[in-house]
Design a protein. Sequence first.
Length: 61
Amino acid sequence: MKIIGNKKERTALENLEVQEKLIAELKKNSPIQKKKGKIFKFRTWEEHYLFSLKRYVEHYE
């Protein structure tokens, strides 16, 4: 078996820093953007029901 180079000894904190840098670089270069979720708040159940009906109708028209 041939070994090329040496593995650098790192602490857990150093590994975490390297991981965060790699993830930031991947997000920066990623062509696909992740959709962000939305939170809807309603005062009454009736408002929620009307909103759901409206959304259903718009989706299936």
